[in-house]
Write a protein that binds this ligand. Sequence first.
Ligand code: ZN
Ligand code: ZN
Length: 350
Amino acid sequence: MIDFVSSIFEHFVDPRKRIFFGYIFISLLIAFIWLIYVKKLSPIKALYKIFDKRIFFSKSSKSDYSIFLLNRVFTLFISPMLITQVVIATLIFHSLHKITWLNLTIFQDIPKSAVVLLFTLTIFLLDDLTKYFVHRWMHKFPILWALHKVHHSATELTPLTIYRTHPLEGVVFSLRSAFSQGTAISVFFFLFGDKVTLASVLGVNIVIFIFNVAGANLRHSHIGIRYWSWLEYILISPAQHQLHHSIAKEHHDKNFGATLAIWDWIFNSLHHSTETESLTLGLDDTPQIKSHSLITIYISPIVEIIKIIIKNIINAYLWFRKTVNILFKLWQKLTKLLTREDKDNSNVEI
Ligand SMILES: [Zn+2]
Ligand SMILES: [Zn+2]
């Protein structure tokens, strides 16, 4: 129980967590200034807009809050079972030591500040790139989509919607993080030894810290801040992520990026932001999960995955049976042909 309470509390006081109160406060401030200067609202109207009770007390948001609490319980049980990045880093580090042809002395002259800069950027870029691909796969593969639907079933967005995920999606993303960080850490320690340190602020990678301070929480909110068109090629704006949640066909499979929009730009999934007021958020193809009931949210993805697996097993069995039949017929034809040839040959001899 103490673990559970402290894990919830930790999310608001730990700067490594997205909903750290400092980031939330700065996000509120950014939203306030944006509504006044860009949307030309009065300060009172801006406050009403930010703390819109229709959003924060909606069915969707209430289920976000419950999922956030319930997922903390799941995390307490699941996380110790996951392969940690330390294990992965150690495994890679030991296998790298078997490389004998590489002359490591060439890396010794590189100044520490350059190593720190390179390491901090690599960790950030690798983390962001793998997030992009895993998110893209979540939309592409039916089994992963069954899990990721939970996040997309939100019809209103609040900063806590980031935690509206199925626990199994959490496992997939934890493994991704362990692999990407474990790889970067082991390679850098192998090449540069004790020069490797992360440039951080309050224990957070400085790049992530800047992004969080710049209002990352507003991506899951009803405040549709848009960036200049050129900047939306580089960084995902809050409005671009809100568009990712839109049910409109033209917005499907767009803006998978977590921090950088560059990956979406390179791999052809970028969509510039639009006015978010007109967007309808949620799912258009799964009526049962729209109820926001917790049982449906946690159970229906499992049922769907079992159905997909059974369907695939049946399809594989039917394919196997069809292939065996074809091969058997071919074999029969071949043996018939061979016995006929044998007969013909023996006739010629006579
Ligand atoms: Zn998505
Ligand atoms: Zn989202």
